[in-house]
Design a protein around this ligand. Sequence first.
Ligand SMILES: Cc1cc2nc3c(=O)[nH]c(=O)nc-3n(C[C@H](O)[C@H](O)[C@H](O)COP(=O)(O)OP(=O)(O)OC[C@H]3O[C@@H](n4cnc5c(N)ncnc54)[C@H](O)[C@@H]3O)c2cc1C
Length: 466
Amino acid sequence: MTYDVAIVGSGFSAIALTLNFLRFLPPTASIAVIGDDPGFGRGTAYRTEFYLHRLNVPAARMSVFPGEPEDFVDWLRRRGKPVFAEDFASRGDYGLYLRDTLAAHLKPRASRANVDFIRAKATACIANSETGEAQGLTFHLDNGSVLSARTVVLALGVGTASLPVPQEKIAASLGAQTVVNPWRLGWLSRVERDDEICVFGSGLTMIDQVLSLKAQGHRGRVHVLSRRGLVPHPHPRRRPPAIAPQLPESRQISALLHALRAQAEAAEDWRSVFDGLRPQTQALWQSLDGEQRSRFLRHAMPWWSVHRHRVAPDVHERFQQLLDAGVVKVHAGYVQTIDASDSGRAVVRYRERGRQTIATFEADWIVNCTGMERAGIGHSPLLQAMRERAMIATDPLRLGIAVDEHSRVLAPDGSVQPGLYAAGALTAGQFWEITAVPDIRVQAELVARQAADEVERRMPRPARSA
Ligand SMILES: Cc1cc2nc3c(=O)[nH]c(=O)nc-3n(C[C@H](O)[C@H](O)[C@H](O)COP(=O)(O)OP(=O)(O)OC[C@H]3O[C@@H](n4cnc5c(N)ncnc54)[C@H](O)[C@@H]3O)c2cc1C
């Protein structure tokens, strides 16, 4: 069977796409959703059940449908969990909201397109044109089956970044104490109460993991090490009104940041300027040339991240208490080596930021919280195979894959691949700000609308009666 549409992925992007396709496609159409995640739609972000794993976006901006901003808040209220629009709900509840919303859209069987959810990993892909067919792609799945579709959306997310030190610089005996992907939460249950932990990365993932540890009674010290030692800022308890910043004509990143900084300093609360910039961020990114984008990534990204990706106020308060009590210590520097001590602990050596001195601390665990992989497609055998067949190309900054402004995938020669789209963080090279729900939901709606139009155009027209 050849599906009209295949969505590859099983996180938020895949669920948002599925919901929109159900709205836009006629009942005669067929959709396959191929994903290897046990909870379709929850992905890494919304699978958690820990209450301090909060959304970092207020509830009123987390509706899966951009045109129905109250949808998530209403769902919470119906569930007896009333929140204010500006509250930060739990990510676990958000996962349940996605599951319920999908179930509700799947109910009216007769009046909707057919959807098959296929629990499998897509491992390889060939263009149907290679076997003589006009259009479409065929995927090989790790359950041994093969699936063909005329229109495809890649919604694979991005992988977890690797440790910030090459494998050969880590003592081999530390393998069992090294957690490369902390989202496999099983590691938390193996930690002894007084173990010392070394966390690489000081962003949102680090805060999540530290709070999870402490919630289960961990008492040991946590060393956090990142290049700059910057930690995310909190959202305010009362959100100030957003102020759209006045940007200069210049598209030099230094001039733009200078203007932003000046306006943030003049504002009553700097966050209002950041919030006011948000609706313009994608267009601003697209107006920068390659050199300026790359300057931004090299020099400004860590500052951007901690100001832009903020944490809920009570999560921040809890984390601040741990900092104040000296339970969590943040170091700024560059890891050099991780050796094993005689007692089998990790000895972390790092060059202190701004100095030539080497500092050292010991820990029982090494935990990688450096966040999302920003190296494009390295995490995905499927994407690597597609690149080898010249079906996709990495974007010039290696943030993901090359797509045009309509999220259509581009071949290495820059031409549009017919019937092939991408959504979510994979498209960061084109959109930059495309990792969070408020942005992905807009993209999912646009992609589904365009792709559904294509599907309808391909469908045979009913014969006209004379
Ligand atoms: C811990 C965490 C917290 C976050 N909190 C927020 C928040 O509060 N608010 C917000 O707006 N955003 C948040 N985000 C951002 C988050 O990335 C997006 O909201 C959203 O979850 C991204 O979904 P996605 O589907 O694009 O990617 P993912 O969630 O990564 O999902 C991709 C899925 O595709 C599957 N897949 C990959 N390759 C294949 C293949 N070859 N075959 C089949 N399946 C495959 C993967 O297994 C995965 O399940 C958070 C992210 C994380 C990691």
